[in-house]
Design a protein around this ligand. Structure first.
Ligand code: MLC
Ligand code: AMP
Length: 518
């Protein structure tokens, strides 16, 4: 067959699908920032084209990673879109990560390009060049930096790179139970299929139907803010009110001009702390969505009482994007507090006991899932990937729960030793590793305890080496110097011994009970 006679393969590039959702009026406002700046849909297209042209000019190999550790800004969003449209792989990193954490990610992912804040260029570029990174650009919150300077030299016309659904679009690092972070590889198909399902399930309204306006107040280096929120709005051509940081009073002010809000439970708790949160303040709002951590039933009912709105809770993870959701449309059922709702269309969710045997309805066991949004595997960790899938292709989430007769799932705990604090995952094994390496420390255990603001916070219980006197405040100060701030235990106790079972394993349940309250 001659080339011209070959059927035109359709492009599965996520960017092409997002673009198709942009409104006909490309001069209308796509983003409004808390600093009072406005960006049109045309601005998004132009700037992402210029950045994509710039990235393509670097002639990077297929599958090259673009690692990005920058503060939230519209330009950072444009860089994400540019990476997609150039067919490269986006690798976002939490801005709280410090040099030891960044060194690990960069050595593991071997990005071709690193984009960082100008203030971090010195130390970060050193790390990156040692790991073989070819280019380090800067991007600052105030629209300065070498990335934009370089991109300004490129044109606004760009052909979206051709991708198949299985091509890698992003790598999201999630901490591991052993302390080693794993990069979850997500494809264009994973991301788009999930975005399409959520667009329908959550009733996103097209411009013709009056349109939606999303308040975007989450960080953009995790699944929740980067994929669930951004793809939802872009795929639907909906404007975003783009807040660089979560500030409850600013969010309250914007409710009058918005229709959709997404948050982790801490955001709802903090909003409930504002006396201005009334039915009147949210009269324009259509939908409040919560996820990333368990929403306490008190928060769910307090929100109903104060605003008249029922929060829609959903459940997902970096490796799978969204898996379940409470219903949006009343015809599909009620939103049940304490549950995360039924599996989304296309997702198979089962609860299993020992030997991966499915359990009867209502019984508590390990949650396993299969579906179009389940990731391709962990970056460079084929053995770990194989371990996390069953022989029949289900992914082991590490969450423990049950499903009722109506299909609603409830998460009751986790088999993975994980603390979720304000929507961020903290793996005790990682923190214990750092504390154990401090001078004078013989051993430590980090456990999660309830917290009214963050839901859960870490507490460190430490044993000193013989003859050493340890100061808890100094242990915390030393960890703060090396680890991301959200990982720092909120309290530290120095004790003589840790409770152990007959096998010698530390009984973390006893520590959790003992240190529940300060
Ligand atoms: C900040 N701190 C935290 C923390 N965030 N400590 C524990 N847990 C957190 N989440 C630290 C700060 O460094 C500071 O320490 C102290 O706690 C008080 O900080 P703050 O000023 O109150 O924090 P703030 O900057 O307001 O941030 C809180 C927050 C933020 C809730 C707005 O943590 C946040 O945006 N969380 C959202 C995380 C998220 O998007 N997760 C989605 C993951 S995706 P000090 O010592 O400096 O005073 C996922 C999948 C899915 O899970 O299903 O969605
Ligand atoms: P992450 O690895 O950051 O993507 O975090 C995913 C984990 O967050 C899941 O495995 C769950 O443990 C937890 N999670 C997400 N949403 C919910 C929810 N609605 N309720 C309880 N836990 C949740």
């Amino acid at each position: 067959m001659s080339l011209s006679a070959m059927p035109q393969l359709s492009n599965a590039n996520l960017f092409a699908a997002l673009c198709a959702g942009f409104p006909a009026d490309l001069q209308s406002v796509a983003l409004e920032t808390d600093a009072g700046a406005y960006y049109s849909w045309q601005d998004l297209l132009d700037a992402s084209a210029m950045m994509a042209n710039m990235l393509e000019s670097l002639e990077l190999p297929a599958g090259a990673r673009i690692a990005v550790q920058v503060e939230k800004s519209v330009e950072a969003l444009m860089l994400y879109l540019a990476t997609l449209r150039a067919g490269l792989v986006y690798l976002p990193l939490n801005t709280a990560y410090q040099s030891a954490e960044m060194a690990y990610f960069i050595e593991d992912a071997k990005p071709a390009v690193v984009v960082c804040a100008g203030a971090n260029f010195g130390w970060l570029s050193k790390l990156a060049f040692v790991a073989g990174t070819a280019y380090v650009f800067t991007l600052n919150e105030d629209r300065t930096g070498s990335l934009l300077e370089r991109a300004a030299q490129f044109g606004r016309s760009h052909t979206v790179a051709h991708c198949s659904a299985n091509d890698l679009a992003a790598i999201i690092y999630t901490s591991g139970t052993t302390g080693r972070s794993k990069g979850a590889m997500l494809s264009h198909g994973n991301l788009l299929s999930n975005a399409r399902v959520l667009q329908k399930k959550w009733g996103w309204r097209s411009v013709e139907q009056g349109g939606d306006v999303l308040i975007h107040a989450l960080p953009i280096f995790h699944v929740h803010g980067l994929f669930v929120a951004i793809h939802g709005a872009l795929l639907n051509g909906s404007k975003m009110i783009w807040l660089a940081k979560f500030d409850p009073q600013a969010v309250l002010r914007h409710f009058a001009h918005a229709t959709v809000f997404m948050g982790v439970p801490t955001l709802y708790v903090r909003l409930l702390g504002e006396s201005g949160l009334t039915r009147d303040a949210v009269r324009n709002m259509r939908l409040f969505i919560s996820g990333s951590a368990p929403l306490l039933i008190e928060t769910f009912t307090d929100w109903q009482a104060r605003t008249g709105h029922t929060i829609l809770e959903r459940y997902g993870m970096s490796e799978t994007i969204m898996l379940t959701s409470n219903p949006y449309f009343p015809r599909e059922g009620v939103r049940l507090g304490g549950t995360v709702g039924p599996a989304l269309p296309g997702v198979q969710l089962r609860v299993v006991g020992d030997g991966d045997q499915p359990l009867p309805v209502g019984e508590v066991g390990a949650i396993q899932v299969k579906g179009p949004s389940v990731f391709l595997g962990y970056w460079n960790m084929p053995e770990k990937t194989a371990e996390e899938f069953t022989a029949d292709g289900f992914f082991k989430t590490g969450d423990v729960g049950r499903v009722d007769a109506q299909g609603y799932a409830t998460i009751v705990g986790r088999s993975k030793d994980l603390i979720i604090s304000g929507g961020y995952n903290v793996y005790p094994a990682e923190i214990e590793g750092y504390i154990n390496a401090l001078p004078g420390v013989a051993e430590s255990a980090v456990v999660g305890v309830p917290d009214p603001d963050f839901g859960e916070v870490g507490v460190a219980v430490v044993i000193a080496k013989a003859g050493v006197v340890l100061d808890p405040a100094s242990i915390l100060a030393q960890t703060k110097a090396i680890l991301a701030n959200f990982k720092i235990p909120k309290r530290c106790y120095v004790v003589k011994e840790l409770p152990r079972n007959a096998m010698g394993k530390v009984q973390k349940n006893l520590l959790r009970a003992q240190y529940r309250t300060a």
